[in-house]
Design a protein around this ligand. Sequence first.
Ligand code: PLP
Length: 354
Amino acid sequence: MSRYLSSRLQSLTPYTPGEQPRDKSYVKLNTNESPFAPSPLAIEAVDKDMLADLRLYSDPTADELAGEIARCYSVDKDNVLVTNGSDEALAFCFLAFCDRDKGVAFADVTYGFYKVYAALFNVPTRIIPLDSDYKVKASDYMGIGCNILIANPNAQTGIAIGAKEIEEIVAANSDSVVIIDEAYADFSEVSCVPLVNKYDNVVVVRTMSKSRSLAGARIGYALASEQLARDLRTVKYSFNPYNLGTLPIALGAAALRDGAYFDRCVDLIKSNRTYLTEQLEERGFHVLPSSANFVLARSGAIGGKRLYLALKDKGVLVRHLADERIEDFVRITIGDRAQCDALLAAIDTITEAL
Ligand SMILES: *Cc1c(COP(=O)(O)O)cnc(C)c1O
């Protein structure tokens, strides 16, 4: 740290992204990317003319992409704000709705970025523990007097709660904003997007990084009432008006037009999730019931950190999270069938040698 760093930031611990190693090729099941290529329509959407046009600024309204998002979710374009990854949508929510006097509540085990943003933006937090089954307990969130941030399905656990329970939370906190991070919702049966037209205090945050195979394009978006979306736009135009480049705008719009490809990819992930869960359970693992494109699993035979290191040694990358409540687990992204089988074979080799 230099002596120039703002005192506000001196105790900040930044977010630790999952490893993106370049040293060798791993079976990469650590950051919940898709094992499938982006839609062929997305790949065709970028051509030489478009690259030549990069001398021009991108469209600050990202109109083409916002239009496709609005069509996809049956909302108005005024309800949509496109962002540079959903991390940016979350940051805009912190800037727009949270401050020293209006804090934010979130679970003890959830997406690690929430506490980093709270620290970065000086926002007081209220940490609400998951119940003993690692579930978000809706009754803990009734009329709590601060903003609320819920990942549904939850990050790290993969467990989703029902849209009805979220709606009860929204209705019981009408003086606060309830932000629902739906990074993994495409792999679940639940979405709170319909609440956006019904309540003026909900923001649904989405990403094209996971279910749309576009993590490297950095495309996220927020869906909210017209007023909340306008507030988020005020932040965006005070921060980075051209927050999405021309290429991501075109890629994202084209990917959203390819509903058939998207459905196929999501179905494959869901069936591989069932397969991997069964296979892990047969091997004595405890697997939390996931509605996401990953499972959180605990071996009966070997600790989380050790299993992570042993798998890495065998060329299979999973994620070990140091959070106390889940340190016995590893988080495994659902890959294609060959990746699932490579993981299982590596686990067998490791446990046989114990
Ligand atoms: C992956 C993830 C994000 C970030 O997604 P980007 O759009 O790639 O920034 C946000 N929230 C949760 C819960 C995630 O798992």
